[in-house]
Design a protein around this ligand. Structure first.
Ligand SMILES: Cc1ncc(COP(=O)(O)O)c(C=O)c1O
Length: 387
């Protein structure tokens, strides 16, 4: 039987306090558990936080990306460009709509889509309806170039901001720079509702479509049907919609977490700065991309382990596991996955930068709530292993 290490530092851990517990209890005792006034309040507070005219709470970022693409008019015969350096959801939702994915490699220096390569791909891609930049780990993509290129070709820009809340880019929140932005509140994310997400947009047309398709294609809120004074039993189904709403129990957690989002970010930034200053002295380690620790949401701290390092990336992960430190790898590029390799006949070296990043990267624990002892133990363990 393997020994249980009580000092184990998990790769990720949510920070939930009595305030979130009380908020959930309040909803459980209110008589209304599913989407209602609490979710409306969460949407209002979130839209004001990021300064987006419209915000819709959804039950995951995956649902949010699906709704965003649908609202952008993506369908059979269309193509959507994104990077292979992402999670399964970003590309899977394109397939759900009968469209095709075209991958575009990342930059050499970062895990984000390369605008120069995007320009080349846009020139030759037929029926391209949307571009999905993914802000990997919380580092903003080069949005000015991406938006201007995509709009030149009539494409909607849908930001996959699953990792990127809260962080600004040229004074605007990531998620509000493209046409639609999608955030994730999954258990490991920078604020969490367990499962959940938010879709934001400034377009009234897109907002109307997302609102309708989020809940069965019905033209009015179910909540209004049952609670408003003038409510009637009548409703109309305008399209074959989805069931992607966020219940009030989860929105209650989200409202409390939202209030703490900036404080959480400050804590993660301090951990990133401590890691950066310790690891910059180690030969064979490349720090996470980005110019300044401030310009990053720090959902992930992804260290790159180069060939000249004392241990390989895989050996380091094994040694850290043995030392009671959880890690992960972000990402295994999607073109290496059986489904995409088979469907599109992609070969590993079609996206060399993505593969190079994947082979070198290890994500270290970086969660708000980690204490100084834990941070120092991780730093000292890595120094001992690699120096
Ligand atoms: C880049 C990216 N996009 C989208 C998602 C999907 O998020 P969710 O789990 O909220 O559906 C994830 C999940 O981790 C992700 O990493």
């Amino acid at each position: 039987m393997s020994e249980i290490n009580n000092d184990f530092i998990p790769f990720a851990k949510p920070l939930i306090s009595e305030e979130e517990e009380q908020a959930v209890l309040r909803i459980m005792r209110s008589g209304w558990l599913t989407t209602g006034s609490e979710t409306l309040a969460f949407e209002k507070e979130f839209s004001s936080f990021v300064s987006a005219p419209f915000a819709f709470a959804v039950n995951s970022a995956t649902s949010g990306l699906h709704l965003a693409l649908e609202a952008a008019g993506v369908g059979q015969g269309d193509t959507v460009i994104t990077s292979p350096y992402t999670f399964a959801s970003t590309a899977a939702v394109v397939h759900h709509l009968g469209a095709k994915v075209v991958f575009c490699d990342t930059e050499v220096e970062s895990f984000n889509i390369d605008p120069q390569k995007l320009a080349e791909i846009l020139k030759t891609t037929k029926h391209c309806k949307a571009v999905i930049p993914v802000h990997v780990g919380g580092l903003p993509c080069k949005m000015n170039e991406i938006v201007s290129l995509a709009h030149q070709y009539g494409c909607t820009v849908i930001e996959d901001a699953a990792h990127a809340f809260p962080v600004t880019y040229n004074g605007k929140y990531i998620g509000t720079i493209g046409d639609i932005g999608v955030y994730s509140f999954y258990a490991t994310k920078t604020i969490t509702t367990g499962e959940g997400g938010m879709v934001v947009t400034a377009s009234e047309k897109i907002a109307k479509r997302i609102k309708t398709m989020r809940l069965h294609g019905i033209d009015r809120d179910v909540w209004n049907r049952y609670t408003s004074k003038g409510a009637t039993w009548y409703y109309e189904v305008l399209d074959a919609g989805f069931k992607y709403n966020l219940p009030d129990i989860l929105s209650a957690i989200g409202r409390v977490q939202l209030k703490k989002a900036n404080d959480f970010k400050t804590q993660r930034t301090a951990i990133a700065e401590a890691y950066n200053s310790a690891f910059s002295a180690i030969k064979g380690c490349l720090l996470p991309p980005g110019n300044s620790a401030e310009d990053h949401a720090w959902h992930l701290y992804s260290l790159r382990i180069l060939h000249e390092a004392k241990l390989s990336r895989d050996e380091l992960i094994e040694a850290l596991t043995n030392a009671g430190i959880g890690t992960s790898v972000h990402f295994i590029p999607l073109h290496l996955m059986p489904f995409y390799a088979k469907t599109y006949h992609y070969k590993p070296d079609d996206f060399p930068n993505a593969v190079k990043h994947f082979n070198s990267v290890v994500s270290l624990p970086i969660w708000h709530g980690m204490n100084n002892n834990q941070v120092h133990r991780i730093i000292e363990t890595i120094q001992t292993l690699l120096q």
